[in-house]
Design a protein around this ligand. Structure first.
Ligand code: ZN
Length: 670
């Protein structure tokens, strides 16, 4: 039934290359921004290498047969928690194919899809359990459905969509109105959040089939959230509490990853209902996560739960920032960026990408950390599920990273929206068969200098939107050498007749910034652009004296008559929230360190005289501690003064891995 499936053509352009699988007739709210289509993005430089490592050494090397087997064998043993891995891995593999649509990638996702579809029962059941509603049954089915939809979106193969629809029919038969309530399935301590996150593929399948029964089921799921159930007398109340601005830690169960996954489903439901309440709920929730939970590196949670992380991030938290939370936060922000076009979400994603996410990926791209601390040491994720040779975060990290090509340059009604600055090439369809080829020439964020080169067959009038990050207070932009007014954050819109050979130059404000911790103004950290800096034991050893960060809030003086240098120590509370600090790049760098800077500190041998400047080297957070050993220690927040003999918590793997036994190792390294 080809005519059922109207290919969505975006209103102005971008549509020529965009074949999204949504049935436009069911959409009641249009996205402000759309992802870069398949095969139109090539990212090089630092980010390009990270993507390559993640794809070649991570995604492509995984034995997906191990993820299919649980669906074929089926097992109700509660310890056999393995239904999520096929779909998690597959959705990252599908994104990898979208980024690099080679025959090799196509073969991989094709075979993996066939393998899963072969396990489907004649009734359509796709589950790793024999009985319905085991603790992680619906959660695993959700990922299977997401994987099948992702395959359909990449290839247009209707069999995968049919398989997903039949899997959903089977679920509705046992969990539809009058049957088992999804709000009373899965772990009760998670208040059924995991099961209810199935909302996302339910709506995605509705968007692609247009069948009313799937929209009815989606609405039914969300109605149940408001009703009391045997897990919670209040009901889950996700929409009501989000709308009321309740802190995420007090919404339903505080399981960060599953909670955000339910809100991802609500974003999809907004697209097909146009119900403003849903959009308001997800946006309010997103801002609450930013304000109350996210730490400086762009992720949150402790022990997988929301923890008031913004206020508590200077503490030695146990199990901070689960990589599943980090990747899901990026995916959630991506939804909000598409829906609202508000660049605040791209600012968030950029910080999370360069810090929390890439800090959690092992240098070879094959494995990931479970948790990412702000001080101490990094530790690889333990092998959670040996039968699948993987772990929740190892499967999720790539799903966050592989979103990058999609949101790097997006489509709007007016023209390209550039969210990410990186060396690379983007193709952008223009009306009448014209095409813009956009080349970025930059080593950003090592420097703030970015050159955009426009190649196109014919001149065309459109708007290039440049994301000016909120931290860039002093931005300069030139079009063909002419300076353009650009001193504000958000999207700078350059609308004009663009022609072949046009050049845009951008200079972002890369001054070092000293930030005070929200929960403890006596603790400070240094950022440069989107990158958080950290002390690392490869550069800074412990010593027995104090130093103070020497930012521009200090009044550095030279007394002519006494011939002394000194800085008046003012109370920290008198400093503004953000101060600048001089940073000098360090070269050359040890292997595996992306960037490092000499950072000025103040040494005070006595209260008032003989003060000296002393530099400590700090590197980017993702490189800090990336030897993943008990010897390679690091620290982000620095109390003032900073006692150098107490820089790094030792053996902190024991707060990351609170079990008896040895420190977890990379399973693939010897
Ligand atoms: Zn995880």
């Amino acid at each position: 039934m080809k005519n059922l499936l109207i290919i969505k053509i975006l209103i102005f352009f971008g549509g020529c290359l965009t074949v999204t699988a949504q049935n436009s007739a069911v959409l009641k709210a249009n996205d402000r921004l759309s992802p870069s289509p398949k095969g139109t993005v090539s990212i090089q430089g630092y980010l390009g290498q990270k993507l390559e490592l993640c794809i070649q050494n991570g995604i492509m090397q995984k034995d997906y047969e191990l993820y299919i087997k649980p669906f074929a064998v089926r097992n109700d043993d509660p310890s056999k928690w393995q239904g999520e891995f096929w779909g998690k891995w597959f959705t990252s593999a599908a994104l990898a194919y979208g980024y690099q649509p080679s025959q090799k990638h196509l073969n991989l996702i094709q075979t993996a899809t066939e393998g899963l579809m072969n396990t489907q029962t004649p009734q359509g059941r796709l589950s790793s359990y024999t009985k319905d509603f085991g603790d992680w049954d619906i959660w695993g089915r959700k990922y299977a459905l997401l994987g099948l939809v992702a395959y359909y979106d990449q290839t247009g193969d209707k069999r995968a969509l049919d398989a997903a629809a039949r899997g959903l029919d089977d679920l509705i038969a046992v969990a539809g109105p009058g049957k088992q309530k999804l709000t009373e399935t899965g772990l009760s301590l998670l208040e059924a959040l995991s099961s209810n996150s199935v909302l996302e593929p339910v709506v995605l399948i509705y968007q692609r089939t247009g069948q009313q029964k799937y929209l009815d089921f989606a609405n039914y799921i969300v109605e149940q959230w408001s009703l009391p159930n045997k897990y919670t007398a209040r009901g889950m109340r996700l929409v009501e509490d989000a709308l009321a601005g309740v802190d995420p830690i007090h919404i339903s169960a505080p399981k960060g990853y599953e909670q955000m996954s339910c809100f991802e489903g609500l974003c999809e439901l907004y697209r097909v209902t146009g119900n403003q309440k849903y959009l308001d709920a997800v946006v309010t929730f997103g801002h609450k996560v930013r304000e109350t939970e996210n730490m400086i590196v762009g992720s949150g949670s402790s022990g997988e739960l929301w923890c008031n992380g913004a206020m508590r991030q200077t503490e030695l938290l146990e199990q901070p920032m689960e990589t599943c939370v980090t990747a899901t936060w990026i995916k959630f922000c991506y939804q909000l960026l598409r829906l609202t076009g508000d660049p605040v979400w791209a600012d968030e994603m950029e910080v999370t990408l360069y810090n929390a996410l890439l800090g959690a990926m092992a240098d070879d791209g094959n494995w990931w950390a479970y948790f990412s601390p702000l001080m101490g040491e990094r530790m690889p994720s333990p092998l959670q599920v040996p039968s699948c040779n993987t772990s929740c975060c190892v499967a999720n990290g790539p799903r966050g990273l592989l979103t990058v090509p999609g949101w790097s340059v997006m489509r709007s009604n007016d023209g390209p929206v550039i969210n990410l600055y990186a060396q690379g090439e983007w193709k952008y369809a223009l009306p009448e068969g014209n095409e813009l080829v956009l080349n970025q020439n930059t080593d950003y964020p090592k420097t703030g200098e970015i050159e955009l080169l426009i190649s196109q067959k014919k001149s065309a009038r459109y708007t290039i939107s440049l994301r000016i990050p909120a931290w860039s207070k002093n931005t300069k932009v030139w079009v063909n050498g002419d300076l353009v007014e650009a001193n504000a954050s958000g999207y700078l819109q350059l609308g004009r007749e663009w022609k072949d050979g046009d050049k845009v130059k951008l200079s972002l404000d890369m001054r070092g910034r000293v930030l005070k911790a929200p929960g403890n103004p006596n603790q400070m950290a240094v950022m440069r652009g989107p990158v958080v800096l950290a002390l690392d034991s490869r550069f800074v050893k412990e010593k027995s004296y104090n130093l103070w960060l020497l930012h521009d809030g200090y009044n550095w003086k030279h007394d002519q008559s006494w011939k002394i240098d000194y800085a008046l120590l003012e109370p920290v509370s008198s400093f503004p929230q953000e101060m600048y600090i001089d940073l000098n790049p360090v070269n050359p760098l040890p292997d595996g360190v992306w960037m490092a800077f000499e950072v000025p500190f103040l040494y005070r041998p006595t209260h008032f005289v003989n003060h000296k400047k002393e530099s400590l080297v700090m590197c980017d957070y993702a490189s800090a501690g990336n030897q993943y050993s008990t010897e390679n220690l690091f620290r982000v927040w620095m109390p003032q003064p900073l006692f150098l003999n107490y820089l790094y918590p030792k053996d902190s793997w024991r707060v990351l891995y609170q079990k008896d036994g040895d420190r977890p190792k990379f399973p693939h390294k010897h």
